[in-house]
Design a protein around this ligand. Structure first.
Ligand SMILES: *[C@@H]1O[C@H](CO)[C@@H](O)[C@H](O)[C@H]1NC(C)=O
Ligand SMILES: [Mn+2]
Length: 658
């Protein structure tokens, strides 16, 4: 009897799906009826059976939360027992062997289907090609079927009308918001395997990556993360990483106390291939937790991700390709925004992706990819570009290079400054830091941190002083100016200085001249200090922090304390502090503070010998209102309200070229 091909295929699938479902059911009910089966789990892991288990989260309503206080009382530092138990032994060779055996036994179809290979395999695909296709298939061929109309699919927003929620649901909604600073209620409605649009630039899909890419360990630190957000991070990696390239995912629990992150997570993780869980015994902070995760990982490359991310299609290969070509390349994906309100994902096309920089307060910021870097890449926006610094949450680095660089400064506490430390030493000690526009990872950006930190010490400042002491050479004075030279206790940095000497790293001046020539150096100025009106003791005042820009420049009684009244006249004729510039577009009389664009135009100012501040673009002058309350642009009149006292000296400090 001859069936049409489609029917044959269907029957064929049933042949292996039916026994599989039975098998999964048996295992699953065994786990459910013997809650402690988890603890007796054999160390050798049968991946084939494990990967067929149901992968949906336990229904939180039915979870019996227990008191796990006793469980937290575990050995110091990383818990090796926990780590070992959960690390799934998995090697490239295993997969090869499974495939080879299967092919010899004439089980080609089953194997290829099992590993998610393209269904067209039946035609003329050669045996080796089949093996290759299988190895490049995602780790999770068995993810549940996606209903395209389910909430949040294809990265769509989940809009909830809170007024229509019952009082109980409303309470859940508010609690989710309060605990996480994002909309957990919406996240819980979205599949852990939700689909996302493929938003790579079209050229990305044509690139041929190295055939022999290094494998990777993905290291995810979490502290009190929401269940659905954490596991969507994990599944997005499993679902979208070629099995051969993903050696393991290591989850590091930085001493969470949410109940769902205790036994329920142990049990869930035990069923996932390649995922292991490391528990820290005390609150260690992001930096030490990452080092702990790195120390138990074994992949050739380490990729650090935050615990509230979603990896997108094709995210991994472009990153590994750069490291495969040169182990000193440290690479960052494009970080797309997942809305904290509704979980919509918003993408950036390659041409809009920005580079990382910093200000002299040593805070990270973004800026446009400069013209010379665009030119170097023949204006091909999808190709990797050099970036002076990284934001820090998501990046990939080879094991060898991270070790060579001394990982992170272990004297850094909790969080802050570690991204600049790793950026500076990557560049100064022989590596290259790049953004790879073909790799996209979504990240939930929050408006506030939901975590409690111990008070008292300003850990960010302590870390940043360590950073300045070790890496900034004489340029550290610019940072110290910003903290009134009050360094506080920053501990001992002699080890880190020795590391820098041993690696024979280059100077910070080299970094500024070769990697970040766009950075404004305060000494590169013609006037500095407060800008005081000659008629009244009022000064030009304005905040230029990135989130405070686009507001008018104001008049305020002079306080002689620098701060928001400290201005520099750059050699490009900008009036600026950090990356914030005076900008006059006409229309009204207001001067606004905008990001400096370096194109003169609206941002060009001349401090003339007659003490007036002249704006050539509008041919107007800066004037204080007669009551002293406002600063305005007016026709130049030579009136005393248009005269400003400003020291015609450059800011003190080292110069770029000396
Ligand atoms: C890797 O990159 C570094 C830094 O750009 C360079 O000095 C080195 O020669 C490169 N190594 C190889 C093998 O290309
Ligand atoms: Mn984050």
């Amino acid at each position: 009897m001859v069936f049409p091909r489609s029917v044959r295929r269907l029957l064929f699938r049933l042949l292996w799906i039916v026994p599989l479902v039975c098998f999964a059911y048996i295992i699953f009910s065994a786990i459910n009826t013997h809650p402690d089966v988890h603890n007796n789990q054999p160390k050798s892991f049968d991946e084939n059976s494990q990967r067929k288990l149901p992968l949906e989260p336990p229904d939180s309503k039915n979870l019996v939360f227990q008191n796990h206080e006793d469980k937290l009382d575990v050995p110091v530092k990383v818990v090796p027992v926990e780590a070992e138990k959960n690390i799934v032994p998995f090697q490239k060779d295993n997969d090869n062997q499974i495939l080879k055996d299967a092919m010899e036994n004439g089980e080609r179809k089953e194997t290829a289907i099992k590993y998610g290979a393209d269904e067209k395999y039946e035609t003329e695909m050669k045996a080796e090609d089949k093996v290759k296709a299988a190895l490049m298939a995602p780790v999770h061929p068995d993810k549940p079927l996606i209903d395209p109309n389910a909430p949040g699919e294809m990265g769509k927003p989940v809009i909830i009308d809170v007024n229509k929620l019952s009082p109980e649901e409303r309470k859940k909604y508010d609690e989710g918001m309060m605990k996480n600073a994002f909309n957990q209620y919406a996240s819980d409605m979205i599949s852990l395997h939700r689909s996302l649009p493929d938003i790579r630039d079209p050229e990305c899909k044509q690139i041929e990556y190295l055939k022999d890419l290094p494998d990777t360990s993905v290291i995810i630190i979490f502290h009190n993360e929401a269940w659905s957000v954490l596991l969507r991070t994990v599944h997005s990696v499993l679902d979208r990483s070629p099995t051969q390239l993903l050696k393991e995912i290591i989850l590091v629990d930085d001493f969470s106390d949410f109940d769902h992150l205790k036994q329920p997570l142990d049990e869930y993780v035990a069923r996932l291939p390649k995922v292991s869980l490391v528990r820290l015994k005390e609150r260690s902070g992001l930096i030490r937790a990452r080092i702990a995760g790195f120390d138990v990982s074994t992949g050739e490359v380490a990729i650090f991700l935050d615990s509230h991310c979603e990896a997108t299609e094709g995210w991994l290969e472009p990153l590994l390709d750069r490291i495969g070509r040169n182990y000193t390349n440290v690479v960052v994906p494009v970080i797309d925004v997942i809305s904290d309100e509704n979980f919509q994902i918003q993408y950036s096309a390659a041409k809009h992706v920005q580079a990382g920089g910093f200000e002299w307060n040593l805070i990270f910021n973004w800026h446009y990819v400069p013209e010379n870097e665009r030119k170097r890449r023949n204006y091909l926006d999808y190709t990797p570009f050099r970036t002076p610094t990284m934001a820090g949450g998501l990046f990939a680095i080879s094991r060898k290079f991270f070790e060579k660089l001394g990982k992170y400064d272990p004297g850094f506490d909790i969080w802050g400054g570690e991204n600049l430390e790793l950026s500076f030493k990557t560049w100064m000690c022989g590596g290259t830091l790049e953004t790879v526009p073909c790799s996209h990872v979504g990240h939930i950006f929050r408006k506030r941190s939901p975590y409690k930190w111990r008070g008292g010490v300003n850990v960010v400042k302590r870390n940043t002083v360590r950073l300045a002491e070790v890496w900034l050479d004489e340029f550290k004075e610019y940072y110290y100016d910003r903290i009134s030279h009050n360094l506080g206790d920053y501990g001992d940095v002699s080890d880190r200085k020795a590391l820098r000497d041993n690696l024979q790293c280059k100077s910070f001046r080299w970094y500024l001249n070769n990697v970040y020539p766009e950075l404004f150096i305060p000494s590169d100025s013609m006037a500095s200090g407060e800008i005081r009106n000659k008629a009244k003791p009022m000064c030009a005042d304005g905040n230029v922090e990135a989130n405070q820009l686009n507001k008018p420049l104001i008049s305020y009684p002079c306080h002689n304390d620098g701060g928001n009244q400290y201005w520099l006249l750059s050699t490009e004729n900008e009036i600026r502090r950090d990356s914030g510039c005076w900008d006059y577009v006409g229309g009204s009389a207001e001067i606004k503070l905008f990001g400096c664009h370096g194109q003169r135009g609206n941002q060009e100012w001349i401090y003339r010998d007659d003490e007036t501040i002249y704006h050539p673009g509008s041919r107007r002058c800066v004037e204080l209102s007669w009551d002293g309350k406002n600063i305005m642009m007016k026709e130049c009149s030579n009136h005393v309200l248009q005269k400003w006292l400003w020291k015609r000296v450059s800011a003190k400090g080292p110069r770029r070229n000396e």
